[in-house]
Design a protein around this ligand. Structure first.
Ligand code: NFE
Ligand code: MG
Length: 574
């Protein structure tokens, strides 16, 4: 007999996710992923000026805030045949690199670390030993015994107060925690430092895009004045601040994030060798970070491609404009297509018709034989896909692009793990760190290119030749893609007579959190939970490890909000 564990809502993610898992003999035999709230932003932009759409769809999410704006302007530019100036391409890269870096650090320390790190256990640590460990793995300056003693005292005060605050709701003391107290203390100290670092890196957005979250974008380029000698332009000291932020990011990633990842990962290697939490082994990347023009796929530093069944010997091509490749199904999602309960559509023919047939919230039971989620089921040639840092690392490695192979091989060698260990929850978390490492290098390259362009006299950031709707075709289709922190993001637009006729976003978390499709094929979260051990049904820490390793964003996945839900967290066993 299996028992069903329900985790709803999953916390330390963005938005509202419910996971149901059947557990038999201490292992998960089946799992269901449900997005439990909706917003309908695709509907809000209908009939609007395509040049304004980025500002609306950017509000899909405040986490990967600028990625939706970027996908949107790329979609409109694709439809209208607009080529943006190189400075705009570089500024867009820098902003996307900043959001990905910000997201990865916040995910590792603030959303995911406590699945592996026991915060309360730090009270048992010897700060002198922590200092020794810290100095043996990194040259990061904050590493004295006194520094770690202060952090420990801070945590003790929080624990003694009985109000755990940011440390509330953990499964502290769970037997699946394996770190010695000294490594727990190291991680908690850096949890606090990462809070400071993350508020700095977003200044890249305030400098180039005016504010954060939701910086300004522009169809045809960027609204960023680069006239560095003028009062109304970006002053050279602002660019110097970007320079410093990139250096700080480089140091934080290489001296704090990566060493911590290695130190923590080395205690959980069995999650890699046993491939716990791997799942589909199908990976989708649209690719990004072109050195010149987003339309030239060969210039992408994060390459485009598909890997099926973990076969690294072959990377398949993906074309988001091909109506037979990317499609979204609704057989198990609360939508209809033209009044019909099922079916599958390419996003240019997609519809967002809400059709709720589930229980009233809070959900008691999901009828998983029927519709059970607000998340549609995207498929590539009928195959479910995982997107995100692991997909990027797998495709980059298989294509032997840039530094992917040396960086991955070096990391796995240090951990003593084979490449196939990447196909696990631990591997996903390692891949996110390596993604961050790659990003700091690209950010430096893009910044240097931008400065060289400006110095050579090119200050152009906007091409206005197709700004006026009178210059547009009366009917056009466009698609814009971005590698967002959580993976492959696509926006599809249909423009008719100067207005947005149809708009569809298929988002990384829509792929990863997908419910079953018409044939009953499961999505990435659902698949990754199969065979995962659960030691204590009342404290399903292992479920959190696996689901969190994807960095879920439900606001993105269903593009929606919840005004009523008052439950902060609940876990129950049925
Ligand atoms: Ni809302 Fe988003 C997702 C990412 S889409 S966080 O899923 O990453 O760009
Ligand atoms: Mg959508």
């Amino acid at each position: 007999m299996s028992k069903r564990v329900v985790v709803d809502p999953v916390t330390r993610i963005e938005g509202h996710l419910r996971i149901e898992a059947d557990v038999q003999n201490g292992k998960i035999t089946d799992a269901f992923s449900s997005g439990t709230a909706i917003r309908g932003i695709e509907l809000v932009v209908k009939n609007r000026d395509p040049r304004d759409v980025w500002g609306y769809v950017q509000r899909i999410c405040g986490v990967c805030t600028s990625t939706h704006a970027l996908a949107s302007i790329r979609a409109v530019e694709d439809a209208l045949g607009i080529r943006v100036p190189q400075n705009a391409n570089l500024i867009r890269n820098l902003m996307n690199e900043a959001v990905n870096l910000h997201d990865h650090v916040v995910h590792f320390y603030h959303l995911h670390a406590f699945d592996w790190v026991d915060a309360v256990n730090v009270l048992k640590a010897d700060p002198k030993e922590t200092s020794k460990i810290a100095q043996s793995i990194s040259s990061w300056p904050n590493s004295s015994p006194g520094y770690f003693k202060d952090v420990q005292t801070k945590i003790k005060k929080v624990v003694d107060s009985g109000q755990l605050g940011i440390f509330a709701n953990g499964y502290w003391g769970h037997p699946a925690y394996k770190l010695p107290p000294e490594v727990n203390l190291l991680a908690v100290a850096h949890y606090l430092e990462a809070l400071d670092w993350q508020k700095e890196i977003v200044k890249v957005h305030t400098i180039f895009g005016g504010k954060n979250p939701h910086p300004h974008y522009l169809v045809g380029g960027m609204a960023t004045p680069l006239d560095i000698n003028m009062d109304n332009g970006i002053h050279s000291e602002k660019l110097e601040l970007v320079d410093q932020l990139i250096s700080q990011a480089h140091d934080f990633i290489n001296q704090v994030y990566i060493p911590d990842l290695m130190a923590i990962g080395s205690y959980y290697k069995d999650w890699g060798t046993k491939q716990i939490g791997g799942g589909l082994n199908n990976y989708l990347c649209y690719g990004d970070y072109s050195t010149k023009d987003i339309r030239d796929i060969n210039l992408y530093r994060a390459p485009r491609g598909i890997i099926l069944n973990g076969n690294m010997n072959e990377v398949l091509d993906v074309d988001p404009a091909d109506p037979n490749q990317v499609q979204e199904g609704i057989d198990h999602a609360w939508y209809n297509y033209d009044g019909k309960a099922g079916g599958s559509r390419h996003p240019w023919k997609g519809e967002t018709n809400l059709d709720y047939s589930g229980p009233q919230t809070p959900y008691k039971h999901l009828d998983t034989n029927a519709k059970y989620s607000w998340i549609k089921a995207p498929r590539w040639k009928n195959q479910p896909m995982e997107t995100g840092p692991l997909a990027r690392v797998m495709v980059g490695y298989a294509k032997n692009k840039g530094d992917y192979r040396p960086i991955v091989d070096d990391t796995l060698k240090k951990l003593g793990l084979p490449v196939k260990a990447l196909q696990s929850a631990l591997g996903r978390t390692v891949a996110r760190g390596l993604d961050a490492k790659m990003l700091t290098g690209w950010m430096r390259e893009d910044y240097n290119s931008l400065i060289n362009n400006i110095k050579s006299g090119d200050q152009t950031t906007f091409d206005n030749s197709k700004w006026e709707p009178s210059t547009w075709k009366s009917h056009a289709f466009g698609v814009g893609t971005v590698e967002a922190p959580r993976g492959a993001l696509g926006h599809w637009i249909e423009i008719e007579n100067g207005k947005t006729k149809n708009y569809q976003a298929v988002v990384p978390t829509t792929w990863n959190a997908s419910p079953r499709d018409a044939k009953g094929v499961i999505g990435a979260y659902e698949s990754s939970l199969h065979n995962v051990p659960v030691a204590d049904m009342d404290k399903p820490l292992e479920i959190l490890r696996v689901v969190h390793s994807f960095d879920p964003c439900l606001a993105c996945a269903v593009h929606l909000t919840d005004t009523k839900n008052s439950t902060l967290t609940s876990v129950h066993v049925e």
